[in-house]
Design a protein around this ligand. Structure first.
Ligand SMILES: C[S@@+](CC[C@H](N)C(=O)[O-])C[C@H]1O[C@@H](n2cnc3c(N)ncnc32)[C@H](O)[C@@H]1O
Length: 307
């Protein structure tokens, strides 16, 4: 299947990165290299771009798309390993980092990857195919309590208990192997569903669990901020409220706001600002972009600059 992915808020990201021709940039979610191509185009021979993705299909596509740029290094790894990745490349600090979180349209639309509730396929949902934890492992081996917790916390699904109960009941008879088996179980478990597809929240929850998407964010972002040069920027696009809240809070932790009780005469928390918040107001896709790419609907861009 062809790798199709429309880069979300492309102009906004490029503007926010404040690209210097001779700067060093990291795209921590390379995907189909939509953003990376535009970054690489703006660099001269002194500049460099490091593109990271944990998905081998993304790595293959991006390698082809960026083939003509001599100053691009592509790394197949999890971006949570940013410190090691840069150390291996003998890079101490960088001028900007972009994270376009979540899955690509290619991953969602390719039935073989088992992410989609609209297409029948083996349940999988791994971005990194070497990861032993697939969606099948989650739905067939996790306890009722763990399934409920994940579906409730990561999917914000009010029918989490009922869905988890029916998953456990169904798998006593036969293993849950396909996306549409899971969709059927979910449809039986939920009441009348108004707006979205009834499986949307549960599929999101299982995907987040399989790929450890939220668990890695705090450390990854903290490490990324630590390797930014002064005035270097970290730009992050999120696609759902859990992710966005987490990014907002992690950024806030680095703004150095004193957390001492108000009645203390002097500050004892010692918090010092490490970054400045550039997006006082979160950036959203334009009407034009929303018309052209419905998947950008929930996207939010937040940016900080290293002091
Ligand atoms: C939304 S897509 C990025 C699309 C890209 N910006 C473009 O324009 O083509 C997210 C990509 O990041 C990768 N990804 C997500 N989390 C990752 C992580 N923690 N480490 C490495 N890659 C990750 C996914 O495999 C996917 O290819």
């Amino acid at each position: 299947m062809e790798f199709k992915h429309y880069p979300v808020m492309l102009n906004e990201c490029i503007n926010m990165l404040n690209i210097k021709q001779d700067g060093i940039y990291v795209d921590g979610t390379l995907g189909g290299a939509g953003h990376s191509f535009e970054i690489a185009k703006r660099l001269n021979s002194q500049g460099g771009l490091i593109g990271i993705d944990q998905d081998e299909d993304a790595i293959k596509t991006a390698t082809q798309r960026l083939y003509n740029f001599s100053n691009v290094t592509i790394v197949k790894d999890n971006n949570k390993n940013i410190l090691n990745i840069l150390k291996n490349l003998n890079i101490e600090s960088v001028d900007g980092i972009l994270l376009d979180l979540g899955v690509s349209s290619y991953q969602l639309d390719n039935p073989e990857r088992g992410f989609s509730y609209n297409k029948d396929a083996l349940l999988d949902m791994r971005m990194n195919k070497d990861n032993p934890l697939s969606a099948q492992v989650v739905v067939n081996t996790y306890s009722y309590e763990d399934l409920t917790k994940i579906i409730f916390e990561y999917g914000e699904e009010k029918y989490a208990k009922s869905i988890a109960k029916n998953i456990c009941k169904y798998r006593e008879e036969q293993p849950i192997q396909t996306t549409l088996q899971l969709v059927e179980i979910i449809k039986l478990s939920v009441g009348k569903y108004d707006d979205k597809h009834p499986a949307k929240r549960t599929f999101q929850a299982i995907r987040i669990e399989v790929n450890g998407e939220l668990k890695i964010l705090k450390q990854a972002i903290t490490d990324m901020i630590s390797v930014l040069k002064p005035q270097g920027r970290l730009c992050i696009i999120t696609f759902h409220s859990l992710e966005d809240r987490l990014v907002k809070n992690i950024f806030a932790d680095h703004l150095g706001k004193c957390i001492c009780p108000k009645d203390l005469p002097v500050c004892i928390c010692g918090k010092k600002p490490v970054v400045e918040l550039i997006t006082k107001k979160v950036i959203l896709p334009t009407e034009e972009e929303l018309k052209n790419n419905s998947r950008s609907k929930s996207a939010k861009l937040r940016v900080v600059e290293k002091l």
